[in-house]
Design a protein around this ligand. Structure first.
Ligand SMILES: C=C(O[C@@H]1C=C(C(=O)O)C=C[C@H]1O)C(=O)O
Length: 458
């Protein structure tokens, strides 16, 4: 492997050679320069300041962003429409130069909280963020993307980009962190606690019995205290190892980090094709393979879980039918197995009407009844009135969008907000008629275990 100092010299030379291809001093909107890295990367080193990372082990995909070239925030019921207008302007003005012909392009992060109301959090309610330095690695190839917001002074911009390379490239030589012994985490409060959970579930089931709701997803927050400050390189590595089929997400704006290892895609849009997941209906895993297979069979034939799942499939199908010219019959339900839980899973695919973008898809699909309930508005109103906590970005969505406004968003589950030694973990469970408060509490315990297991190694 080339030493990082050699790579740094090469990248800076390439940057100086090719920066003149971008019209930095004229026009408006983003300008991105894509530079090939001489080898693919398995991890994106942490750096102080705003940063995000999306890593998917099974896909061999890693994308990260550092610093802020430009950003827009929004809140309230029109939050996605407001960001959409801005993004349309970006699409028209974004210039890209890919002198090494990597085929990669610049990208932005789109993310938003569970509900459009403002909450006290260090993440804004809805955010569109173009990083100054980005990393994209896939299929054995990797590139850096340097982005500026125009107009800007070319000499000053070159100096800024060089400074980014000076800070980031030497970190590539840093050895992978040695594994520590796993550390015990102290459970602090759960909100709601177990008795309050029972009452909350009972109230929800009464609402369902009155036919005012068909399904509602209630959640809890569990605070854990670590014995050492959590390390994010180590946490990302543990999550990617434990959950190779999940998207491991890390977003940091100020002091706290939002981290998730989510199995649930809200959707993927490539050109006019869309694919969405309906994930609902959960059972545990067992160490013994016969017992595990029996749990899977039980899940596949459980009337309550199948009903809970169908509500989600139907809502996703209806949302997609409003923006697709053709929908394929749903594929499923099959089983998605994770090491802490297994879920009923149906994949839906369609061909979009011309002009549909990620913002419209997000508006139509989010929140699905997998994390909110059905009917959507009644479930949200009931949760606003009864759930004793702010969800923040938990059950919101985040992902990466391309300059043509296609992309992929993930539902923010199996997640935590982490600050120093404190982690607030979130998990919820879908309730339909026939749900039992104790089994739903157990289900949240299994879901919380996704993050708490990885945190022991962080
Ligand atoms: C709400 C969560 O998960 C969702 C709810 C599920 C269920 O109720 O069976 C299953 C998968 C997710 O769609 C969570 O992980 O917190």
């Amino acid at each position: 492997m080339l030493q990082s100092l050699q790579i740094l010299d090469q990248l800076k030379a390439r940057l100086r050679e090719s920066v003149g291809r971008l019209p930095l001093a004229s026009g408006r909107g983003p300008a991105s320069l894509i530079l090939e890295l001489p080898y693919a990367l398995a991890r994106a080193p942490d750096l102080d300041g705003p940063r995000f990372q999306f890593a998917h082990s099974d896909r061999g995909e890693l994308r990260a962003g550092y610093g802020i070239a430009a950003e827009w925030t929004a809140e309230g019921p029109a939050r996605l429409r407001n960001l959409q207008q801005i993004a349309h302007d970006l699409r028209a003005t974004w210039v890209q130069s890919d002198p090494d012909e990597t085929g990669f392009n610049g990208f932005g992060l789109l993310g938003f909280a569970a509900t459009p109301h403002a909450v006290a959090d260090d993440l804004p309610n809805a955010l569109l963020w173009l990083p100054e330095l980005a990393l994209r690695a896939h299929g054995g190839q990797a590139a850096l993307v340097l982005t500026a917001h125009r107009p800007t002074d070319p000499a000053a911009q070159l100096a800024r980009w060089e400074a980014w390379l000076d800070r980031w490239v030497p970190l590539l030589d840093r050895p992978t962190l040695a594994p520590l012994t796993s550390a015990h985490l102290d459970p602090l409060a759960s909100t709601p606690d177990r008795p309050a959970w029972r009452d909350l579930v009972a109230e929800a089931l009464a609402e369902i019995a009155q036919n005012r709701l068909e399904k509602v997803v209630v959640c809890r927050r569990q605070r854990l205290l670590g014995h050492r400050r959590f390390d994010f390189d180590r946490l990302n590595a543990a999550l990617s190892y434990l959950f190779p089929s999940c998207q491991v997400i890390n977003i940091r704006r100020q002091a706290a980090s939002f981290v998730a290892a989510t199995p649930e895609r809200l959707f993927t849009q490539r050109r006019d094709r869309v694919e969405a997941d309906a994930l609902a209906g959960t059972a545990s895993r067992a160490e013994d393979s016969d017992r595990d297979a029996a749990i899977t069979l039980g899940l596949q034939s459980c009337e309550k879980n199948l009903r809970e799942h169908r509500v989600v499939v139907e809502a996703v199908r209806t949302a997609l039918s409003q923006c697709c010219r053709r929908l394929e019959p749903p594929e499923g339900p099959s089983i998605l197995q994770l090491n802490n839980a297994q879920h009923l899973w149906t994949r839906l695919r369609g061909e979009l009407h011309p002009g549909v973008d990620v913002f419209e898809l997000a508006e139509r699909l989010h929140p699905t009844p997998a994390t909110n309930g059905q009917p959507r508005a009644a479930a949200r109103a009931w949760l606003d009135a009864h759930e004793p906590l702010e969800r923040g970005w938990y059950t919101g969505a985040a992902g990466l969008i391309e300059p043509d406004l296609t992309g992929e968003l993930w539902v923010l589950l199996r997640c935590a907000r982490i600050l120093d030694r404190t982690a607030d973990l979130y998990a919820g469970a879908g309730l339909v008629s026939g749900s039992d408060p104790e089994s739903e509490w157990q289900e949240t315990e299994h879901k919380l275990a996704a993050m708490s297991t990885a945190l022991q190694f962080a």
